[in-house]
Design a protein around this ligand. Structure first.
Ligand code: SAM
Length: 275
């Protein structure tokens, strides 16, 4: 047919002809909306010569959209049942497909200036985002995530959705909400609304110390509890915490979610976690 690759009719036809049933446990919700596909590729910075890494090509629909803009695309797919479909939809391109689990991939090998663009498998969003942040070559990640995760990523301290994810995103760079994506843009439709989020990583900043990352993870673990309580839980001495809080002019009963990143860094220094 002449219908575009992303049309529901083509997507259904591809699935049927290749004997595929979308697997829920692999987060397989395929995009069937041309406007959304274009918006993701555009916001992600797909342009001639730009190295792009995609996670989970699925039927290759978003991959093709990114590739059509001249980007140099590498894509990681775990589900080997998709080999025949991808041979059909990407066979005439120079897209490099790497078969395997995205959690086993070594992101440190990616060239400088790499942009991640992906409709992520939602069950590993957090893990993947933290891998992207730590890979020095990756300068941005434009990803479809559950709307709620997008809100957490973009949240500021002292607001409802603030937590570890918000803190590390701010630590590495900035977050922009590109647009919401309704359930109906996918086949099958997921249970929740999604959002396209773009994270930009500022690679001129020194990489955060692993000890500091662990410290903020613990500090924000129970974000509604007090900072003092969370730090006690990872073994810091109560008197030392009180002295540090007082020295920094932070209220002794401050809740973890209300503490700015700069204050967390100062606390970590005072408590001897980092220098
Ligand atoms: N990009 C396609 C689209 O937008 O229509 C598919 C997106 S679908 C939400 C997620 C994709 O990630 C699926 O193709 C799934 O097989 C793949 N996937 C799931 N878990 C994976 C993993 N651990 N490593 C690599 N790919 C994975």
């Amino acid at each position: 047919t002449n219908a575009p690759l992303y049309s529901p009719a083509r997507v259904r036809e591809l699935l049927t002809r290749h004997g595929l049933k979308p697997t829920k446990s692999l987060g397989q919700n395929f995009l069937i909306d041309g406007n959304i596909l274009r918006a993701i590729a555009e916001a992600g910075g797909a342009a001639p010569g730009v190295p792009v890494l995609e996670i989970g090509p699925g039927l290759g629909v978003l991959t093709r959209e990114i590739h059509s803009r001249g980007a140099q695309v590498t894509t990681l797919e775990k589900d080997e049942r998709l080999r025949a479909v991808l041979a059909e939809t990407l066979g005439d391109t120079d897209v490099q497909i790497i078969w395997g689990d995205a959690l086993d991939f070594d992101y440190a090998t990616l060239p400088a200036g790499t942009r991640v663009i992906a409709n992520l498998p939602y069950y590993i969003t957090g893990l993947l985002l933290s891998r992207f942040m730590r890979a020095p070559g990756i300068v941005s990640a434009t990803v479809l995530v559950q709307k709620e995760v997008g809100q957490r990523l973009a949240a500021k301290p002292g607001t409802d959705n603030y937590g570890f994810l918000s803190a590390i995103a701010a630590l590495y760079g900035s977050v922009r909400h590109v647009r919401d994506v309704p359930k109906g843009a996918f086949l099958p439709a997921p249970d929740v609304t999604s959002s396209v989020i773009r994270l930009d990583f500022d690679r001129d900043r020194p990489a955060p110390e692993p000890e500091f990352l662990k410290f903020i993870e613990a500090a924000l673990h129970h974000r509604r509890k007090t900072l003092r309580n969370n730090l006690r839980m990872i073994g810091h001495d109560g008197d030392a915490i009180d002295a540090a809080l007082a020295a920094l002019n932070i209220r002794a009963d401050v809740r973890a979610e209300d503490v700015a990143l700069g204050d967390l860094r100062d606390m970590a220094v005072k408590l001897g976690v980092i220098r």
